[in-house]
Design a protein around this ligand. Structure first.
Ligand code: DON
Length: 304
């Protein structure tokens, strides 16, 4: 049996002396206020045993990690029709690039880059009665945790500086790939990205992606087909132009966010979340990537 607690403690010990912790995201001004020295990791295994180290209970802005949750929700509502509006290919580009969107006539490369997630947000805005409330209820129910909330100051901060996302949404609208108003869709998108959650809460919510669609409390949210596709998208597109590097170093499907969080799953074995706010040049958490590389190396476990 793997001694996860010992390994998480070792990872924390190793990384606490790291000199290069990356740079905290500043294009969303609210995020720039976060202490770069924070580090947390939380792992839950298939039997529901939980292990953690560092600031694993402190909530942070999950940002792009939310794209997996909105994708899962939209996919479970509309099924395979979703793929008519968004493709499933890695982009090899940064998360906010627009050039491929124009070249490919308003069909985003995948649902995990910003343009793709904005299309997914549009699907949810069309299908849900009270989109922001319903999405929050969905996440709280999966986690069995009513304390999970949006951070309105982060949502506001992003709205004020979200010029590229406005550009993406307007481009999508011009190609007929946005049903609702740009303002309404982006309001939803900025809120989903502003979900405030800890490593513990994230690892617990992502448990369903490693547990064949069943959440920690045994309710089924996805079938095997859904889970296969969502995990495949995390593996190939979850880290933008660093997806290859993450697969190479870590070897797990996962998703990062510019708040410094990363979640990753090993199907049928564990779900893990890390948080360290400093990002590398590609916008992924510098120490989070190192921590997960150490985890899969020390445990000898990965999808490969
Ligand atoms: O739309 C944005 O730019 C942010 N709300 C999310 C970007 C993000 O987290 C990219 N992830 N690494």
């Amino acid at each position: 049996m793997i001694d996860f607690q010992r390994i998480l403690n070792e990872i924390l010990g190793d990384l606490s002396t790291a000199k290069d912790r990356g740079t905290v995201a500043s294009y969303i001004p609210e995020l720039a206020k976060i202490d770069i020295n924070k580090f947390g990791i939380h792992l839950i295994d298939d039997a529901g045993n939980e292990y953690s180290s560092g600031n694993s209970d402190e909530a942070f802005s999950i940002q792009s990690i939310s794209k997996v949750l909105s994708l899962g929700y939209a996919f479970s509502i509309v099924g395979d029709d979703l793929w008519e509006r968004v493709n499933v290919e890695p982009s090899g580009d940064p998360f906010n690039h627009l050039s491929l969107l124009e070249m490919e006539n308003g069909i985003p490369r995948n649902p995990l880059i910003n343009a793709g997630a904005i299309v997914i947000a549009d699907v949810l805005v069309s299908r849900l009665k009270n989109p922001k409330d319903d999405f929050l209820t969905y996440i709280r129910t999966i986690a069995s945790d009513p304390s999970i909330a949006y951070d309105p100051s982060v949502a506001r901060s992003e709205k004020e500086t979200g010029f590229r996302n406005y550009a993406a949404a307007n481009l999508l609208k011009s190609y007929g790939n946005l049903e609702n108003d740009v303002e309404q869709v982006l309001d939803f998108y900025f809120h989903q990205c502003a979900l405030h959650m800890s490593c513990r809460q994230l690892a617990n919510v992502f448990y369903m992606f490693m547990n064949r669609g069943k959440c920690l409390h045994d309710n089924k949210y996805f079938n095997l087909n859904h889970v296969k596709r969502i995990n495949a998208l995390m593996l190939t597109c979850g880290f933008y132009d660093e997806a290859g590097e993450f697969a190479f170093e870590v070897g797990l499907p996962g998703k990062s966010g510019v708040g410094g969080g990363i979640v990753a799953v090993l199907p049928n074995e564990f779900s893990v979340a890390t948080w360290s706010p400093g990002l590398n040049k590609k916008g992924n958490s510098q120490l989070g990537m190192l921590a997960l590389e150490q985890l899969t190396t020390k445990t000898g476990r990965s999808i490969f």
